[in-house]
Design a protein around this ligand. Structure first.
Ligand SMILES: [Zn+2]
Length: 304
C-alpha cells in the first residue's frame, strides 16, 4: 500500500476478506469527535471483543485540516466527491489531494471495487447545540441501517448535498451512512459516536450483539431517541455561496420546531425567513460551511 494512503489508517482489525467495514472520522478537520471515539473503541475491541467476520478499517479523513483544526484547507472535502474532481489534474488544492488518497484507499485497496461487501460509516459532529441523527445514502440497505440506530434519521438529505462521501459510496451500491454524534469538541459527542460504532459493527454482524459495550451503546442511543422525532425527510436546504455574509440568529438547535416565515438569519444584510414550517437542522454557528440550515419534517406528516 502506498504510504500516502497508509497515513489515513488508524488501525485494521479482523482477518477475513469476506466483508469490509470502513469507519472514518475527521473528514472535516475540526471534528475530532469521531477520531476520539475510534481511539476509545480500539483497545477494548482488540482485547475483549473479537471480530467475528470480515475486516474493519478505522480511518482519519482530511489530514492537513485535522492538523490545523479547520473544517477544510481550501475546499470542503465532504463536497468534493465527484468524478470530475477525482479525474482533475489541474486542481492542486490540498483537499483535492486528500480526496484522491481516500478514494484510492477505500475503493481500490479496501473494497477492491466490490461494493456489495463494503459498508461505510462516516462520523461527524456539528456546531449547533444538541441533536443526534443519521443520514443514510439513498438506497434501501442504507436506510435500513439508519433505522436500526433507533434515533432520528433523515431521508432525501444525501441527494441534496452534492459531492459527499456518503452519496458517492451510496451511489456505488455500498451501505453508506453519516452519523452526526453531537456538538463539536464535547465528550458527549465522542461517547455517542462510540455507541454508534459498537452498534454498527453488531448490526452488520462483525461483532456479537451480546457484548457489554454493544448493549451499553444501544442503551445510550435509546435514551437519545426519546428526545427527538424519528423518521424525517428533508424539505429545504439553505445553500450558501458565500459563508462570510451569513449570520444565523441565536437560539436555534437541531430539531427546534420553526414556523413558516420565521426570521432565521441575516445574509448580505437581508432577512432570511423560513419558507416552510418544520424542524430546523444543522443551523450554522461556525465560520466555514456551505449550508446555512436545513428544514426537515416527520415523514408521514408532510402535507403543506
Ligand atoms: Zn462534518
Amino acid at each position: 500500500m502506498k504510504t500516502e494512503y497508509a497515513r489515513h489508517i488508524i488501525d485494521i482489525i479482523g482477518n477475513s476478506e469476506d466483508k469490509k467495514f470502513v469507519i472514518i472520522g475527521g473528514i472535516h478537520g475540526n471534528e475530532k469527535g469521531g477520531i476520539d471515539a475510534i481511539l476509545n473503541v480500539l483497545p477494548e475491541m482488540k482485547k475483549n471483543s473479537p471480530i467475528q467476520k470480515g475486516k474493519v478499517y478505522f480511518l482519519k479523513g482530511n489530514l492537513p485540516a485535522l492538523k490545523l483544526d479547520e473544517r477544510f484547507i481550501e475546499k470542503d472535502l465532504n463536497r468534493l466527491w465527484t468524478d470530475e474532481n477525482l479525474l482533475s489534474e489541474e486542481d492542486t488544492s490540498p483537499d483535492i489531494a486528500q480526496l484522491k488518497e481516500l478514494h484510492n484507499l477505500i475503493v481500490d485497496e479496501i473494497c477492491q471495487n466490490k461494493f456489495d461487501n463494503c459498508i461505510f460509516l462516516d462520523l461527524h459532529t456539528f456546531s449547533a447545540k444538541s441533536g443526534v441523527f443519521c443520514i443514510p445514502a439513498a438506497n434501501s440497505r442504507s436506510v435500513a441501517f439508519a433505522q436500526s440506530f433507533g434515533i432520528s434519521f433523515i431521508e432525501k438529505l444525501s441527494d441534496t448535498l452534492p459531492g459527499t462521501a456518503l452519496s458517492y459510496f451510496g451511489n456505488k451500491g455500498m451501505t453508506s451512512l453519516v452519523f452526526e454524534g453531537g456538538t463539536h469538541n464535547t465528550a458527549e459527542a465522542s461517547r455517542t459516536l462510540e455507541a454508534g460504532i459498537w452498534h454498527s459493527l453488531a448490526y452488520a454482524g462483525f461483532i456479537s450483539p451480546e457484548l457489554e459495550k454493544v448493549k451499553k451503546g444501544r442503551e445510550l442511543l435509546n435514551e437519545i431517541s426519546n428526545n427527538y422525532p424519528h423518521h424525517l425527510e428533508l424539505v429545504y436546504r439553505h445553500k450558501l455561496e458565500d459563508y462570510f455574509n451569513f449570520r444565523m440568529n441565536k437560539g436555534y438547535f437541531n430539531f427546534k420546531p420553526i414556523r413558516k416565515s420565521e426570521f432565521l438569519a441575516v445574509q448580505n444584510n437581508s432577512k432570511i425567513t423560513s419558507p416552510y414550517s418544520g424542524y430546523i437542522l444543522m443551523p450554522l454557528y461556525q465560520r466555514k460551511g456551505s449550508d446555512g440550515f436545513f428544514i426537515v419534517r416527520e415523514k408521514n406528516k408532510i402535507s403543506e
